[in-house]
Write a protein that binds this ligand. Sequence first.
Ligand code: NAP
Length: 313
Amino acid sequence: MSFQRIAIIGVGLIGSSLARAVRAHAPTTDVRLYDASPDVRVRAAALDIGAVAATAEDAVRDADLVILATPVGAMAAATAGFATALAPGAVLTDVGSTKRAVVDALGKLTPEHAFFIAGHPIAGTEQSGPEAGFASLFEKRWTILTPQEDSRPGYADALARLSAFWTMLGARVEIMDPDRHDLVLAITSHVPHLIAFNIVATAEDLETVTESEIVKYSAGGFRDFTRLAASDPVMWRDVFLANKDAVLEILGRFTEDLAALQRAIRWGDGDTLHEIFTRARRVRREVIEAGQDSAAPNWGRDQSAEAGGEDKG
Ligand code: NAP
């Protein structure tokens, strides 16, 4: 284990999963937890996944690894609150879903005697809070690290130790530039969530189809959007505020492609529709082959739980 004492700031889905994963893989490691919410601190203490500190400074003091697991918009203020308490040589990292804004803000706030290396585990669920976490969340998932250009002695070693930490938790590690990260995640995560939030809002606002009909017939496809759209509103508000440029770029492409589909439907252009849907199917196969989802029908859902079977479309 490359770290002896770990502080986790923000004990929600990701923070509590990290605490559990460290318990599972390195049980002798000292884990300290801090959350801004007194209620979350009480709930985290009941889970027995680490020692809950009364302040962020208490949690980070003497820690050789500090992991920020708050919403992205709260990270700068949280860091400003504990930065002076960071131990010499401590590694400060985060798990935020956007990277450029975090790198720029936290890079400036990290004191000279510590090393800041931003990160993002591409793993999660639509749940939030300390009870939602689980130890295997990061297994076989990618964690992207976006290190600074930092030539100080010790920085390369800090990066190697942080990579080894994620590998120990079962993750695969990739190093990436923060802007590249934000563009890639805009298409693989941020815009898909935006589409889900939007389609659920559109359905809710429809006057010609009732809400009870939407819920009753949701197995036709809508319910899979509702899973994404159930994700934490604070987390996602912060993602779109922090990754504005990349999201707008991808959204521009998306709306052009949507207009092309709309045109194909209007003109009865079945060949174009068939070609686009065939390409989409191939991407799904590639996701499964890469081990990033289950090949089981219906995402591995229990078919017996389906009310009256399913007719997609
Ligand atoms: P979460 O379950 O809502 O947990 C975040 C926790 O941080 C909450 O308990 C929150 O308390 C607390 N918090 C807020 N401000 C704080 C502060 N200044 N100091 C200490 N604690 C503070 O969220 P999550 O899903 O774990 O997400 C955490 C981070 O991971 C986010 O940056 C997100 O972008 C990233 N991430 C999420 C996923 C995912 O699928 N969920 C995946 C990868 C990365 P309050 O609720 O009282 O504000």
